[in-house]
Design a protein around this ligand. Structure first.
Ligand code: SF4
Ligand code: SF4
Ligand code: SF4
Length: 323
């Protein structure tokens, strides 16, 4: 091949490459331009979907947890069974009525295993759901993006509120609100007041701390004061077994009928303690150290022990069985 011919072929190759590049670019641009005239296959989230995404999810979707406090028995089964301590429940007694003063779930920590739901004994049916649910349940709510982690701690009892225990009838399926309503409400509230909530939690012994631990329950002055309160009630009940049962039920046990003590109801446990069928006076899990203290004080005072001795023996049992 002459040098002239080889120069022409090089020029053709060079121009051919430019043409090919221009053609490929034009083809790419044509594909891009065509998108302006086609119907979009994506939807702008979250405000242009036909229905809210949470409503299009399957019924068994595991989103945020919610609790209907109107049907919560305060049995603490969910708190006990959570393997990573996401749930904190505090109970209190006001004028002989027991109730929940705190029910927090840390959704930032939760691994959505559903064990708490399995543990809950309160069956319920949500409006619009095909399947039965529980007092604590998974919802289809999922939007938790935040730059402020405490806003993922959902509080089902407002600070300062007192929610009396719900008493379901045996075998009853309680009706409950539409699934997701409560989760949406508490998430909104968490975003509004969680800074205050976190401070409140720490003021009550730190987030995750149990109120009324053993050390608090057996402080000398607390024990003696409680023994003095219980002494006239024990004397009034005397040897009337029914009255002693009432006393244990109203003054010591948590009254949730959760069966954690191994007896089907709180009254059955009280009866077993009085009759000697159960000699373990520390098994009321929801009542914790305070319940152990009060049932031991009642039973010690019944035996006729001086208050100081009853308090001493009680402190020993509480510290042995509670942290
Ligand atoms: S879903 Fe699992 S991790 Fe979350 S609160 Fe319930 S038991 Fe705890
Ligand atoms: S009733 Fe259910 S939600 Fe309420 S404390 Fe018991 S297990 Fe938890
Ligand atoms: S006495 Fe038994 S049934 Fe009653 S609340 Fe305590 S653990 Fe549950």
């Amino acid at each position: 091949m002459s040098s002239n011919q080889s120069g022409q072929s090089l020029t053709r190759g060079y121009i051919g490459n430019i043409v090919a590049a221009a053609k490929t670019t034009a083809e790419g641009m044509a594909v891009t331009l065509a998108q302006y005239f086609r119907r979009p296959t994506t939807v702008q989230y979250p405000d242009r979907t036909d229905v809210p995404v949470s409503e299009s999810l399957p019924e068994r979707y595991r989103g945020f947890l919610e609790v209907d406090m109107d049907i919560c028995t305060g049995c603490k089964a969910c708190e006990r069974d959570c393997p990573i301590d996401c749930i904190v429940i505090d109970l209190e007694k006001k004028e002989d009525v027991r109730g929940v003063v705190r029910f927090d779930i840390d959704m930032g920590k939760c691994m959505y295993c559903g064990i708490c739901v399995e543990a809950c004994p309160t069956d319920a049916q949500s409006v619009g759901d095909l399947e039965q649910t529980k007092c604590i349940r998974m919802t289809k709510e999922f939007e938790g993006a935040t730059s402020d982690f405490p806003t993922l701690t959902f509080r089902f009892v407002r600070p300062g509120d007192f929610v009396p225990f719900f008493k379901p009838k045996k075998g009853e399926i309680s009706s409950t609100k539409k699934r997701g309503e409560i989760a949406r409400y508490v998430r909104k509230k968490a975003q509004e007041y969680n800074v205050v909530a976190v401070r409140w939690a720490y003021a009550h012994g730190g987030a995750g701390a149990q109120k009324g631990g053993a050390a608090d329950a057996v402080k000398e002055e607390v024990l003696l004061k409680r023994a003095q309160e219980l002494e006239p009630l024990v004397k009034e009940a005397g040897n009337d077994v029914k009255k002693v049962e009432d006393l244990l039920y109203s003054q010591a046990l948590a009254q949730t009928d959760c069966e954690a003590c191994g007896w089907p109801t709180c009254r059955a446990y009280a009866d077993a303690m009085i009759s000697g069928k159960d000699g373990e006076f520390f098994k009321c899990e929801p009542g914790g150290a305070e319940a152990t203290r009060d049932m031991n004080l009642i039973l010690q005072i019944r035996l006729g022990k001086p208050l100081a001795d009853a308090a001493k023996a009680t402190a020993k049992v509480v510290l042995e069985h509670h942290k």
